[in-house]
Write a protein that binds this ligand. Structure first.
Ligand SMILES: Nc1nc2c(ncn2[C@@H]2O[C@H](COP(=O)(O)OP(=O)(O)OP(=O)(O)O)[C@@H](O)[C@H]2O)c(=O)[nH]1
Ligand SMILES: [Mg+2]
Length: 403
């Protein structure tokens, strides 16, 4: 079944009450008639809304969690695994996202190199460095959250696609020269605190391919591409003969207030946190550790009274990056979580983090199903989606008294 998407703009009212608010009503017969007509219209809208929900039925599932934890990536995997067209309808538009992601990545590295006073390997690359640093002002204009796009995850502020592509093509020699420079490579390896996207290496390694004039993003490119979600969007999938209504939300702090209108009648929640973020500060609050923010947010969701009967599934995501960080020895868990006294290996640290999440749950009877995930890996997600579907089905049957 094809997934359908509805964009719920964050300031959108589900019902338009404006006629009621637009005038006062006297007791005249004409006004009474008008008031009744409006009241009937509202009843009709509410009835239609209720009927639509009943007809659609199925399971209402929210994907929640802080920003950059992989929520939209999971949705892309669902489209690939269960959508008739996969990611085809978005492929062309992602070309621009990929180009912008690559430019942002090299800009972040160039800035990091300057801040850390790391010298370039080849002084002749100085010219390229300046070209890239000049990108800052331009890239702000072409912010990844404001490109024209038909994907509901991306708001529509139309910019000039050709101008973006031209800009990218002009930048390619500078990007290639800098990415090959040992100074930039050292910045990439050692400056773990710079705000660089996880997909930076993937796109910079692939620069020749993505710069081809007839380049079309592959599924993996789309899974790696990063676009902030601003508006809540609804997607319908049929998984193993069960209809799911899935909501993807924006995780930035300023956007969390728009989640609440979707909290009624939720059957299941996938809460996502990025384990790899244990040593990173929040983008919108640099004093706060990202994983601490995730724990606090999980606390407010798992103990929320509206989610008493909701199945909670926890995805501790980005285990590939987490594992790499531990293996490289570049970050110690105990430095960021002083209460952790174990060794810095994958097994002990994941047990610790899972325990920290479970500790947030005040109701000791509440089951939380945890998965350690690598959301950009389609093979792993295929297995996990089947497991999650089985759990949700079982819980659903149990709560309806059929099991
Ligand atoms: N290496 C790796 N990258 C991942 C993983 N999951 C997601 N990503 C990447 O992380 C970036 C952010 O993922 P998104 O899915 O956009 O994050 P989000 O939670 O939707 O973020 P908001 O929309 O801002 O709330 C993307 O570039 C993804 O490709 C993972 O498990 N491993
Ligand atoms: Mg998103």
């Amino acid at each position: 079944m094809t997934p359908t998407s509805n964009n719920h703009h964050v300031n959108e009212d589900p019902i338009n009450f404006s006629p009621l608010l637009s005038g006062t009503f006297s007791n005249s017969r004409k006004d009474q008639k008008r008031a009744k007509a409006i009241s009937d219209a509202i009843d009709k809208t509410l009835r239609a809304d209720k009927e639509r929900k009943e007809k659609e039925g199925g399971i209402k599932l929210l994907i929640l969690g802080p920003s950059e934890t992989g929520k939209t990536t999971v949705l892309k995997q669902l489209k690939l695994l269960y959508g008739r067209k996969g990611l085809d309808s978005e492929r062309q538009t992602y070309r621009r996202v990929v180009h912008l992601n690559a430019m942002k990545a090299i800009l972040a590295l160039a800035e990091g190199l300057e801040q850390a006073h790391i010298p370039l390997e080849y002084p002749k690359n100085e010219e390229h460095l300046e070209t890239v640093l000049r990108l800052e002002a331009t890239l702000k204009r072409y912010s990844i959250t404001s490109i024209g796009f038909t994907n509901p995850a991306i708001p529509r502020k139309i910019t000039d696609a050709k101008a973006e592509t031209d800009m990218f093509v002009e930048m390619v020699p500078a990007i290639k020269a800098l990415w090959a420079d040992a100074g930039i490579q050292q910045t990439y390896r050692t400056c773990t605190q710079i705000a660089i996207q996880d997909s930076a290496k993937y796109f910079l390694d692939e620069i020749d391919r993505i710069a081809e004039h007839d380049y079309i993003p592959t599924d993996d490119d789309i899974l790696q591409a990063r676009v902030r979600t601003l508006a809540v969007s609804e997607h319908i999938f049929n998984i193993d003969n069960v209809t799911y209504r899935i909501y993807d939300v924006g995780g930035q702090k300023s956007l969390r207030k728009y989640w609440a209108p979707y909290f009624d009648d939720v059957d299941a929640i996938i809460f996502m946190a990025a384990l790899s973020a244990f040593d990173q500060p929040c983008e919108d609050d640099p004093r706060l550790n990202r994983l601490q923010d995730a724990l606090a947010l999980f606390n407010s969701i798992v103990n929320h009274k509206l989610f008493d009967q909701t199945s909670i599934i926890l995805f501790l995501n980005k285990i590939d990056i987490f594992q790499r960080k531990l293996e490289e020895g570049s970050s110690q868990v105990s430095k960021f979580f002083p209460e952790y006294r174990g060794v810095n290996d994958y097994f002990s640290t994941t047990v610790f983090f899972q325990y920290r999440f479970m500790q947030q749950c005040k109701d000791l009877q509440k089951q939380v199903y945890t998965h350690f995930t690598h959301a950009t890996d389609t093979n792993q997600m295929r297995v996990i989606v089947v497991a999650v579907n089985a759990i949700i089905q079982r819980l659903n049957l149990r709560s309806s008294g059929l099991l």
